[in-house]
Design a protein around this ligand. Sequence first.
Ligand SMILES: O=C(O)CCC(=O)C(=O)O
Ligand SMILES: [Fe+2]
Length: 218
Amino acid sequence: MPSIDSIEAPPANFLSQEATDQICMALYTEGWAVLEQFLSSDFVALLQQDLMVLDEQGCFHRAGIGREQQFVLRDDIRSDRICWLEGETDTQTLFLQLLEQLMTAVNRRLFLGMNHFEAMYAIYEPGQFYKKHLDSFRGQRNRIMTLVFYLNPNWQPEDGGEFVLYPEEGDQAIATVAPKAGTVAAFLSEEFPHEVLTSQATRHSIAVWFRIRENEFP
Ligand SMILES: O=C(O)CCC(=O)C(=O)O
Ligand SMILES: [Fe+2]
């Protein structure tokens, strides 16, 4: 198990310029991006450890659909369990710093004006899934960009659990992504329906939404 001090890159320049450029370029031209080996295997191991400790402490709860008063559990739509990252451990603090840097870099290049984010760990047990959905409703601007980081070091093709990205209209997949450790998927939240195919193994991930805080809308 690596220690937090053994992470090679210091937080100040955590993001490689190259990876940032690749994500920004793809978001600009296509609206989505998938990068393998975006996170180092050491950092993935720390995040996965953090997730498992939180799970042992009973911090996870069943994921639902909708927010606040509209929140409902829908076993037919999604069956994972989740836990929000609040920055309570060094690992989470480091990860949230990385997200801050990434948000700044993407804003600088794409002028998206994002000023806030939320991140959650998710666990899908064998047999679990999340059916095709949109993370944000068009025009509401509540979620601008979604990122999903995968934390599964020995993922095999037969483990399933792929993330599938679709165009705004139609059922022809644009991308099918195995949830392998280090991979990140990024896409504009209002534009791309997506789903998680049934997982055959325990699947760990972090979903992040970059937002514009409601009272800062233009
Ligand atoms: O874990 C994934 O691949 C995607 C999860 C997702 O779509 C969500 O949590 O909204
Ligand atoms: Fe989603």
